[in-house]
Design a protein around this ligand. Sequence first.
Ligand code: HEC
Length: 128
Amino acid sequence: MTKKYLLVLMMSSLALLTTFSSCYYDNAEDLLGSTVCDTTSVSYANDIVPIISGSCFVCHGSGSYTSAGAGILLEGYDAMSASALSGALAGVIDHAPGYSAMPKSSPQLPACDRALVRNWAAQDALNN
Ligand code: HEC
C-alpha cells in the first residue's frame, strides 16, 4: 500500500516537473529571443536615460539629490556624462572596489544595463 502510494506520488511529481520545466524552457527561449544586449552604439536618450532615471533619480534626481543622494546630481546630460567619463557611474553600478555600490540598498542592475553604461562611457558619453 505504502509502496503504491509512493510510486503514484513519484509519478505525479515527475509529471508536474516535466510540465513545469517545459513551460519554463519555452518562456526562457522567448525571453532570450527578444532580449539581445546590443552595446555597439549606445544612445544617451534611448538607453542611458531610462536606466539611470529608473534606478537612480529617486535619490540623485534634481528634486532629491540634496536630501537623499549625498548632493550628487545625476539628472541631465551634463551631470550624467561627467559621472560616466570620470568612471564613477560604471564603478558604482559594477560594485567596483573604491566605489559605493549603487543603487544603494537595492539589487545590482542587470548585466546588460551595466554593459550599456560602461560602453556609453567608452564611446565618449555622447549626447546622442
Ligand atoms: C536610496 C538612495 C540612492 C539610490 C537609489 C542611488 N543612490 Fe547613489 N548614492 C546615495 C548616497 C546616500 C550616496 C553617498 C555615498 C553612500 O552613502 O554610499 C550615493 C553615492 C553615489 C555616487 C558617488 C559614490 C562614489 O563612490 O563615488 C555615485 C556615482 C552614485 N551614488 C550613483 C548612483 C547611481 C548610478 C545610482 C543608480 C544605479 C544610484 N546612485 C542610486 C544614494 C542613492
